[in-house]
Design a protein around this ligand. Structure first.
Ligand SMILES: [Zn+2]
Length: 267
């Protein structure tokens, strides 16, 4: 690696030539000051633009990223995206075929056979899944939900190539066929809708080796004759990026009504 020196075009500090090349003649602190807004006349270097187009990526996204983080990171990102696109071409058809086979062997029960309780769960699913899942190029999102909720999702999100619907059990079976490396989240994302109709009032979970207990509702908060249902909706792309929320619904034996949102998380 070259260690030739130059000076920052803004503050005059001595910097490595490689830094100047990456940050358009500036040192890192000066670059950060100007990097928040991408100037209209900033253009992607020709060789990067060619790769962006060849890989069918969005040039405007890369124009902003390159301005912000420099050309080296953009090249690294393009390498990673290329690898993920390869995995997508290799695995996405298998995943779709797996899902199609599941729907043949494990069909949702017909509407007429559903209880009032199941119909109410479907209604909640419809209300909480209104937001569509945005399909990204070369990406599949596994949407996992109970079997009775699948017809709702099929109606809400018809024929989208970027979405595969599975039950949680089927998703586990898929995970045995495909065990992703930790960096393989670029082509495969997950989204879930879970309804827990017999939740515990207190929940415990582990966080950095510590056991944490949270109380979801107080005794007496649930009216006599009603039982709480908890709805979890979440999504994640890889182990580090995700978001979701939990809703409390109350079931009185005939109808479920929304009570409150119990929590929202983002990581
Ligand atoms: Zn500077």
């Amino acid at each position: 690696m070259s260690d030739s020196k130059t000076t920052c075009s803004d503050c005059g500090a001595a910097i490595l030539q490689i830094t100047a090349d990456m940050y358009y003649g500036r040192c890192v602190p000066c670059h950060r000051k100007v990097a928040v807004i991408t100037p209209d006349d900033f253009e992607l270097p020709g060789e990067i633009l060619a790769r962006v187009e060849e890989q069918d990526e969005d040039p405007e996204v890369y124009r902003k990223l390159t301005w912000l983080f420099g050309t080296r990171r953009t090249r690294g990102l393009l390498d990673w995206r290329k690898e993920q696109a390869k995995l997508y071409r290799q695995w996405a058809p298998r995943l779709r075929a797996f899902a199609a086979k599941c729907r043949k062997t494990n069909r949702p029960p017909p509407d007429r056979s559903l209880s009032i309780r199941d119909h109410e769960k479907q209604r909640i699913c419809e209300l909480t899944c209104q937001q569509s899942i945005v399909g990204l190029p070369n990406t599949v999102t596994i949407c996992s939900m109970p079997l009775i909720a699948l017809p709702v999702a099929q109606r809400l999100w018809p024929s989208d190539d970027g979405i595969v619907l599975l039950t949680p059990e089927e998703e586990s079976q898929w995970n045995e066929l495909y065990s992703p490396d930790t960096g393989d989240w670029g082509w495969l994302r997950s989204w879930w809708w879970i309804i827990d109709d017999s939740p515990q009032r207190e929940a415990t979970f582990e966080n950095s080796g510590e056991t944490i207990t949270i109380t979801r509702w107080r005794e007496g908060d649930v009216p006599d004759g009603e039982s709480p249902w908890l709805v979890h909706v979440g999504e994640c792309a890889g182990p580090l990026s995700g978001s979701g929320h939990m809703e409390w619904w109350s079931w009185d034996g005939k109808r479920a009504k929304f009570v409150s949102q119990l929590g929202r998380w983002i990581s």
